[in-house]
Design a protein around this ligand. Structure first.
Ligand SMILES: NC(=O)CC[C@H](N)C(=O)O
Length: 309
């Protein structure tokens, strides 16, 4: 395939593969420990139904924290800004993604933003649906539309593995219930949250999701407005300020692309009005971001002047 990014991507993937040696796959969710540390894959979508891909770009992995961007968009569609931001704030934390510290020290104890686990749990509790199954179906359908992939579903083994070991997330959720941030049954919420995190995608899917976000929530083919413009703008802003957890500041300086990572090693990037990027490389740094993935985004940003700043 003759393309603008083709040869460059090959070189870049080769370069960043070295970084995988310095990272570790997440193992606090036991099923994630099976990932192959050396994997690096990337896909870029420019809206012309041509995906420039390199590495094992069709390999499936779970969304993990990337799902937080999508549940935020859906909760905003479902409930509107007032209700959502009554439960969760808009400020970066500077703390690890699963930290409980600020929940206790702040008054009221509402989570600082929707990209940390506490905030994401509060947001997930707002998704409309009578049962966990109904909520999950709505979320999966939303992701099917954004990615244009009808096959999207969740990985039961990863969901179960996280559900059985998610005691820190349980603690966050019970703490917030005690303080009136969350209402409803916490085990049901954990069931939904761990399934949402276990939704599987490939780099190609992520690149298409990134593209839709980059183009104000509009589907490139059908031109359907899947996410209202204002919500797409809001979500991308959170990706810039909080998308890489407590590495978001440095990432904004070095890369400058609205992006969201997950502990499976995935990253979605949305370059406004240009391209969507999907990356998979499960070797993580100590903050839980894909090492080779972040380096690859830095190379891409430099090479094609993709920083929004
Ligand atoms: N940073 C992440 O990707 C975290 C997501 C993971 N499911 C958790 O809640 O711990």
């Amino acid at each position: 395939m003759v393309c603008r990014y083709g040869e460059d991507l090959k070189d870049m993937v080769k370069q960043v593969k070295l970084y995988t040696k310095n990272g570790k796959v997440a193992d606090y969710i036991p099923a994630l420990a099976k990932a192959n540390t050396n994997d690096v894959a990337v896909a870029i979508y420019d809206g012309n139904d041509i995906c420039f891909s390199e590495g094992n770009y069709d390999k499936k992995f779970t969304l993990q924290s990337i799902s937080k961007v999508l549940t935020l968009a859906l909760a905003l569609i479902d409930c509107g800004e007032n209700i959502v931001f009554n439960k969760v704030g808009m400020e970066p934390t500077g703390d690890p993604f699963n930290s409980i510290a600020k929940l206790e020290s702040l008054n009221p104890s509402k989570p600082l933003n929707p990209m940390i686990n506490a905030g994401a749990l509060a947001v997930s509790s707002l998704i409309k649906g009578k049962t966990t199954g109904e909520k999950l179906d709505r979320l999966v359908n939303f992701i099917k539309k954004l990615s244009g992939n009808e096959e999207i579903s969740y990985n039961q083994e990863v969901a179960q593995s996280e559900f059985e070991t998610a005691d820190l997330n349980r603690a966050l959720a019970y703490f917030m219930k005690q303080h009136g941030v969350i209402t409803g049954d916490i085990e049901e919420l954990l069931d939904f949250y761990t399934k949402q995190c276990a939704i599987e995608v490939s780099c190609n899917d992520l690149a298409r999701i990134g593209f839709a976000l980059a183009h104000e929530g509009c589907h490139p083919m059908t031109k359907e407005q899947i996410i209202p413009r204002e919500i797409a703008r809001l979500v991308k802003t959170f990706m810039v300020t909080c998308g890489m957890y407590n590495a978001s500041g440095e990432f904004a300086i070095r890369v400058g692309i609205p992006a969201k990572s997950g502990v499976s090693g995935g990253i979605v990037g949305a370059v406004p009005h240009k391209i969507g990027i999907g990356i998979y490389s499960p070797a993580l740094d100590e903050k839980g971001n894909s090492l080779a993935g972040m380096k690859l985004l830095e190379l891409l940003s430099d090479r094609y002047q993709l920083s929004i700043f």
